[in-house]
Design a protein around this ligand. Structure first.
Ligand code: ZN
Ligand code: ZN
Length: 315
């Protein structure tokens, strides 16, 4: 399923399986989860510089040569030489290549991936269950780490990433306050079911002030809303790759050492840490599966907010 032009659905195309180069694995795709970033790419909010491109960066597949199961994440390649790579921040490498943006991804029967950026998949997970861990889980986990030791954390937007992280937070003994679109009682019920201590609309105030907030929804006005819910010293972490403009707000809601930061991409260390932790919790992703040729339906269901949990495409 190929991206050709901004604003158009993916198109089914017959192609020969890709050839792996040196250090690369040919992976038979077993499952590939859908991410909001895929919508940003299709809408042109994040640029694909060399279309056509196969999207999909949460791949679980079987290596053709060995039968081993691997996960292929968003971070597909880095130069290993720049100041970021040499200081444990390969997620910021200016020459990084990303799966499903710069390298063909997993909405296909086969993909090729640099072995050094692939992860082993915990045995207790099916491929469908494991796929959403690879971005919703891994980058979400990086965002959670940016919350430090916060005990009361607000989640703004309760989609694929939040539904995984709420399970991690509960296991760590932290309280999650889930904010959804005003009136979305189904999502609020879903959040409580998975362990949120409180759920309500993003126009509501939480019953206690928050020590941290993660913004998952690509909605700029949520940033001042979250700041207003934050205790002094708290942090607002923006977890997405794209967000609508953040409206102006009074300095008083940032004052008292509140901060705002973003989280970009992932390092391989983030991935190893989260994939070791997931089976201990154990994290159980709620997945809706779609046949490969119906990948556009999965993307549209995500766009419309019709999913509870994550969408996974299965070739
Ligand atoms: Zn993603
Ligand atoms: Zn680098």
């Amino acid at each position: 399923m190929v991206f050709e032009t901004v604003g158009q659905p993916l198109r089914a195309v017959e192609r020969a399986a890709p050839e792996p180069g040196p250090g690369q694995l040919l992976v038979h795709v077993d499952a590939c989860a859908v991410c909001r970033t895929d919508l940003h790419l299709m809408d042109g909010e994040v640029e694909i510089s060399h279309p056509p491109r196969i999207l999909g960066h949460q791949i679980v597949g079987t290596v053709e040569s060995s039968g081993r199961r691997v996960g292929v994440p968003w971070l597909g390649w880095t130069d290993g030489e720049c100041e970021y790579c040499r200081s444990g921040r390969e997620n910021l490498c200016p020459n990084a290549r990303f799966t499903g943006r710069d390298i063909d991804g997993g909405f296909a029967e086969y993909a090729v991936a640099d072995e050094r950026y692939c992860f082993p998949i915990p045995e207790s997970y099916t491929s469908e269950q494991a796929a959403p861990l690879l971005c919703a889980g891994l980058i979400g986990y990086r965002a959670l780490r940016m919350c430090g030791d916060a005990r009361r954390i607000g989640f703004y937007g309760f989609g694929d990433s939040a539904h995984i992280l709420v399970q991690v937070c509960r296991w760590q003994g932290r309280g999650v306050y889930a904010f959804t679109r005003a009136g979305d009682e189904e999502k609020q019920r879903f959040a409580r079911e998975l362990g949120a201590v409180w759920a309500g609309g993003s126009d509501e105030s939480p019953p206690e002030s928050l020590e941290a907030a993660i913004i998952f929804a690509p909605v700029g006005p949520l940033v001042p809303a979250a700041l207003r819910a934050l205790a002094p010293g708290g942090v607002v972490v923006c977890a997405g790759i794209h967000m609508s403009d953040i409206p102006a707000f009074p300095y008083s809601i940032l004052w008292q050492e509140r901060s705002i930061r973003s989280v970009a991409n992932l390092t391989r260390a983030d991935g190893a840490e989260m994939l070791a932790l997931a089976p201990q919790v154990p994290v159980r992703a709620r997945v809706s599966t779609y046949a490969l040729e119906n990948a556009n339906d999965a993307l549209e269901d995500l766009r419309a907010g019709r999913l509870s949990g994550a969408a996974v495409v299965v070739p």
